[in-house]
Design a protein around this ligand. Structure first.
Ligand SMILES: [Zn+2]
Length: 75
């Protein structure tokens, strides 16, 4: 079973889909780099910040969105 031990596990970076080795030497795993890790965390933080910061669940927006979805023309 030494063969499987020698083959490094590869994962796709969630941010840029680059295949990276899942190893102790990669502190940013499953990301390929610090940049991708930060980008992903940043996107996540930005989203939660937006939800907390302003009323994203505006009733008028939802009704408009639903009406548009029913009509099937979102263009
Ligand atoms: Zn990446």
């Amino acid at each position: 079973m030494s063969q499987s031990n020698q083959r490094p596990l590869k994962v796709a970076c969630p941010q840029c889909k680059t295949k990276v080795e899942w190893s102790e030497q990669n502190p940013y795993r499953p990301f390929c780099s610090e940049r991708c890790k930060m980008l992903d965390l940043g996107a996540w933080a930005d989203e939660s910040h937006r939800i907390a910061g302003e009323p994203a669940m505006d009733e008028h927006n939802i009704e408009e969105w639903l009406a548009r979805a029913e009509r099937g023309d979102d263009r």
